[in-house]
Design a protein around this ligand. Structure first.
Ligand code: ZN
Ligand code: ZN
Length: 730
């Protein structure tokens, strides 16, 4: 597809990142330009950058239309990418300038192409050879023609940089200019991968067929941990690279990236490009540019990698597709899993959604024939899902202030005797969710939010999980000032750790919770130590459910299986089911079948029963039927509206005004609920009011919402955010 060209002086429309609701008219700069070109334009007294979006609208006084200054030396934005940004903007009701910001979020893009000096072996010989000089020359000869940066070379040879400079003077070392942003080392898709089992090979062959067809398609790749999902989708990556197209792998968590990069290197002989918050600014710019110039074959990244300017994208893998972190919860509110499918359809690319516990949305799309489905059996056979039983807490004798039942204690004892590991799972960080004064009944809350402060005893602080505010643990009650009456109520992982230490004094007990590690690397190191046997009992939050392997682990005890079931979230059952299955899936590996024990006060609850029976398809079918009956996603459409303001009355006034002006919503048959205080009614000092819109699947929800919201003026200090397909209802 060739983009339309504009001769010098022709009217063009330029989209900038300035917060305006329209594309601005300019005249094409000297030499002309084409749609998609990145250009510099005058904007008031400033110069800003933008993208030529097409022909100018011509509705502006022609005498006042200014000329674009120049076309920037950047690869033009391709038509499918421009269409993608427009479609995401329409779907998420995001202004286009914000979309452009998302798509050009790499530092220094408009800087002139950077150069740097590199050093390689020259033809001359130094007049006098010294041991230091010899080391430099040996090193360069060893690396046959490769160029080094000055500091790099001096370090490797163990000399000062003046030694290298001296060699340059004699011509023994050549100094050259090289571009700063260089292509990534080539990946070799012909290297042999791991040997695949029959059903892995079958699945890989199906994915290769899709790639070879060169058209759009989405496949749900389902398999438990250890079934070889990664090996299978790396075969799809290999096929994509062989076809000369680029591939993108999205991962839900940065902590998993390092392990994945190593696997890519083992499979293709070099590391891929990376795109996530842990990447340096220079590497981000290099990645952005090389992706556009076809100098990066494979990108591994977080959700925002979806907005990189791929030259020819042939495959997107969304690993752990059910993971809630794919939903961006501030700024542009998009779901990377769904937008990956949109982008692939515009690029004639394939999508692989990989998961052991798929989202209901993807399951329904398979049922409706929109997605293909491939199932991987475990390579260890049926033994890999552990034996699952409930512990009925109504009949267990558990002393107050304790949470580990005698039945669970006995099971842990057995593992200790056999030298095996146990995991005690509780999805709650900190020591106790509530600190109560036993003198006056006061509960310690956050100053800025309507959330309780959570005691983190290991850090000796109280912490708000909404806004991150921390405070030292007080000695006296902040309300009645009585000392020594503050009591921890309920358990967090730290408290379970304390209880386990008391129950099993000879065992090595460790806790895995994201807040206890300074960096992703420190966490990763600890996980590897534990996997190798550095602990007998691991107490952990949902962190442990995310793809980590613990081969010595044979028992999982879920402290509170009922925890996720009480929320008003429409996905509560789905999330509990997924989480319990993921956690239970940690127990048992190759040799020994594991056991999962679920402590529950309501073991007859349908979700708990479905988890225990292991009847996944039955659970999905029942859950799908319930959602269909209620007309909620994926069978109906929803939008969450959050109004926030430092002034509670102002937030409610705006909400009430919107509720009265609901004609555009009624016209499409949508229902409006609210305004009501959000479940967390105050965050960071801002009061929050929620409205919820429910509509039928086929209703034109976005246009109605846009028309509806446009009727009110949002005061300067208030904010109105519209979240299509909300995942969070807080
Ligand atoms: Zn008190
Ligand atoms: Zn707070």
């Amino acid at each position: 597809m060739t983009s339309p060209r504009f001769e010098e002086g022709a009217l063009i429309g330029v989209l900038t990142t300035q917060p305006l609701d329209r594309v601005l008219d300019y005249r094409a700069p000297r030499g002309g330009c084409a749609a998609g070109d990145h250009v510099e334009v005058p904007f008031g007294p400033r110069k800003v950058t933008g993208v030529v979006w097409g022909q100018g609208a011509g509705d502006y006084d022609p005498a006042k239309v200014k000329s674009a200054i120049r076309v920037l030396d950047l690869p033009p934005m391709r038509a499918p990418m421009r269409e993608f940004l427009g479609r995401v903007a329409d779907y998420t009701l995001t202004p286009m300038p914000a979309m452009l910001r998302l798509a050009t979020r790499a530092p220094g893009l408009t800087d002139p192409p950077g150069m740097r000096k590199i050093y390689r072996r020259g033809h001359g010989q130094p007049a006098r050879m010294t041991p230091a000089r010899a080391r430099v020359l040996d090193l360069l000869e060893e690396h046959d023609g490769l160029g080094f940066m000055l500091g790099e070379l001096a370090d490797l040879a163990g000399v000062g940089s003046s030694v290298v400079k001296g060699l340059v003077a004699s011509g023994a070392v050549a100094e050259e200019e090289a571009p700063r942003d260089v292509p990534y080392p080539p990946l070799d898709p012909d290297m042999a991968g791991k040997a695949l089992t029959t059903d892995q090979e079958l699945a890989a062959a199906r994915l290769r067929e899709g790639i070879a067809a060169g058209r759009y398609g989405t496949t749900l790749l389902k398999g438990v941990t250890g079934s070889g999902k990664t090996e299978v989708y790396l075969e799809a990556v290999a096929a994509c690279l062989k076809a000369g197209r680029q591939a993108l792998v999205l991962l839900p968590e940065i902590a998993l990236t390092a392990e994945f990069l190593t696997r890519v290197e083992a499979r293709f002989g070099a590391k891929p490009a990376e795109w996530h918050s842990g990447v340096t600014t220079t590497e981000r710019r290099r990645c952005w540019k090389m992706v556009a110039e076809n100098g990066a074959q494979l990108v591994v990244g977080a959700r925002s990698a979806l907005f990189l300017p791929f030259h020819d994208l042939g495959l997107i893998v969304v690993d752990e597709e059910h993971d809630t972190s794919y939903k961006q919860e501030d700024g542009v509110l998009y779901n990377a899993r769904d937008m990956a499918v949109l982008r692939a359809s515009l690029e004639k690319a394939q999508v692989v959604l990989a998961s052991a516990t798929p989202s209901l949305e993807s399951w329904v799309n398979v049922q409706q024939g929109k997605y293909a489905r491939l199932d991987l059996e475990s390579r260890y056979g049926p033994a890999v899902m552990p034996e699952m039983r409930a512990i009925d807490m109504r009949t267990e004798e558990v002393p107050s202030g304790s949470w580990i039942s005698p039945a669970l204690k006995g099971a842990v004892m057995q593992r200790l005797e056999r030298g095996e590991q146990s995991l005690l799972f509780l999805n709650r960080r900190g020591y106790a969710p509530l600190t109560l004064c036993r003198a006056c009944g006061h509960q310690i809350g956050c100053k800025h939010c309507d959330a309780r402060m959570v005691e983190h005893r290991f850090l000796k602080r109280l912490m708000c999980h909404q806004c991150g505010e921390t405070a030292p643990m007080p000695e006296t009650c902040p309300n009645c000032e009585v000392a020594g009456k503050l009591a921890a109520v309920g358990p967090g992982v730290e408290r379970i750790t304390e209880e386990a230490q008391a129950l099993f004094p000879d065992a090595r007990v460790t806790v895995l919770s994201s807040d206890l590690f300074g960096s992703a690397r420190a966490l990763k190191t600890r996980i590897l130590e534990i996997a190798e046997g550095a602990a007998d009992i691991v107490v952990g939050t949902q962190l442990v459910a995310k793809g980590h392997n613990f081969p010595k682990l044979t028992l999982v005890g879920v402290i509170d299986s009922d925890l996720g079931l009480q929320g008003s979230d429409l996905r509560a059952a789905e999330r509990t089911f997924q989480l319990m299955r993921q956690v239970a899936g940690r127990a048992g590996r190759a040799e020994a079948r594991g056991t999962a024990l679920l402590q529950s006060f309501q073991p007859e609850h349908p979700v708990i029963r479905a988890i225990l029976s292991g009847d996944e398809e039955g659970f999905w079918a029942a859950e799908a039927a319930a959602r269909r009956a209620a007309g909620v996603p994926p069978y109906g459409r929803m939008a969450g509206i959050v109004i926030s303001s430092p002034d509670m009355q102002q937030a409610f006034d705006l909400g009430n005004r919107l509720a009265r002006l609901d004609a555009p919503l009624r016209r499409i048959g949508a229902q409006l609920f609210g305004p009501a205080p959000a479940p967390i009614a105050r965050v960071r000092g801002r009061h929050r009011v929620r409205l919820l819109v429910k509509a039928e699947k086929t209703a034109p929800l976005q246009s109605a919402l846009a028309e509806w919201a446009a009727q009110v003026r949002v005061p300067a200090n208030a904010r109105l955010a519209i979240d299509i397909d909300p995942q969070s209802f807080l």
